[in-house]
Each structure stands twice: as C-alpha cells, then as structure tokens.
Design a protein around this ligand. Sequence first.
Ligand SMILES: CC(C)(COP(=O)(O)OP(=O)(O)OC[C@H]1O[C@@H](n2cnc3c(N)ncnc32)[C@H](O)[C@@H]1OP(=O)(O)O)[C@@H](O)C(=O)NCCC(=O)NCCS
Length: 161
Amino acid sequence: MFTLAQETPSDWWEVEALFDLAFAPGRSALSSYRLRDDVAPVAALCRLARDEAGTLGGAIRYWPVRVGPHDVLLLGPVAVHPIAQGEGLGAALIRDTTARAAEQGHARILLVGDAPYYGRFGFERLEGVEMPPPTNPDRILGLPLYLGAWDGVTGEVTRAA
Ligand SMILES: CC(C)(COP(=O)(O)OP(=O)(O)OC[C@H]1O[C@@H](n2cnc3c(N)ncnc32)[C@H](O)[C@@H]1OP(=O)(O)O)[C@@H](O)C(=O)NCCC(=O)NCCS
C-alpha cells in the first residue's frame, strides 16, 4: 500500500533520483525545463507516494507558467518507480493532484505527454498553445478545472515571473 503526501524540502533529491531513473538521460535539457528555471514549484501540488517501509514509489510536481496573461499549471514531471509501474500509482498521483488543484482555485492544467495515457484523466490536445520548441504539438495537452477554462487561452507558454 502506498500513501500520498506533500513533498518536503528534504525529499527533493530523492525525487530527483526517481525522475532520473524513470526518464531518459538528459531530461533537464528538454525545452519544458526552461519554463521551470529559477521558478519555485507549486509546493501544495508536489506530492509523492511511499510504501509502508518508506520507499519512494512515485512523485509528481507542478510549476506555474503563463499563456499570454493567463495563469496555468504545468504538470510534470510525474514518474513511478519501474518496479511499481502499471499498478495505478501514476493515476492516483494525477487524480489526487488535479482534484486538489481545482479545490485550491486553479483554473487549468497543461502538460507535454502521451495523449493515450492522459486522455483518461480528461486531458485533450490544445490548439494554439505553443510550448518552447522543439515540442511535438500533438503532445501539448490541457485539462480545464472548470467548464470552458481553456476557452480563448492561446499563445506562447512562458515562465511565471
Ligand atoms: C507514465 C507513468 C507515470 C504512469 O504511471 P503508472 O503507475 O505506471 O500508470 P498507471 O498504473 O496509472 O496506468 C497504467 C496504464 O497506463 C498505460 N500507460 C502507461 N504509460 C503510458 C504511455 N506513455 N502511453 C500510453 N499508455 C500508457 C499502461 O499501458 C496501463 O494501461 P492499462 O490501464 O490499459 O493497463 C509511469 O509509467 C512512468 O513513470 N513512466 C516513465 C516516466 C514517464 O514517462 N512519465 C510521464 C512523462 S509524460
């Protein structure tokens, strides 16, 4: 059994190590990471899952970004340890945090990822939202946290100042 909790500052490097394990080398060279440079993550939405022994099974982080004048949450990275994948932990982290984001009054979530996975959580391809290149437009996905929250929200994704 895994328990979800908010990430604390002392968890940071353990979570980084999990992301290094789960992703291809050089993940921080991806253009989406430039949106995170020198910007603090949204602490209340950075959550992790530990088992009874305290072993880290998965983690998710969010950053604030902007699309034009609009505030947007950037979901990611999210990763589950290879030995725990396929058991619903990724889904649990995503459902827990998207629900919390809505409760906390956020309007919309953006991510760069696989539509076949994120579609089950309600994410859909966004038209007219441009991530820093090179990003495959088919992987730019959004979730509205209230009806119509992405309507008219288009343009370049930029760092939150
Ligand atoms: C993607 C990830 C977070 C999903 O977490 P998980 O706990 O393994 O996934 P869940 O148990 O919630 O869901 C499993 C289902 O998702 C599917 N799935 C997992 N990754 C997928 C992907 N990239 N594309 C499409 N489907 C995917 C599985 O095939 C499985 O399908 P099923 O329900 O029909 O059997 C995890 O596999 C992971 O850490 N992968 C490596 C890092 C990564 O790619 N992160 C996401 C970056 S966009």
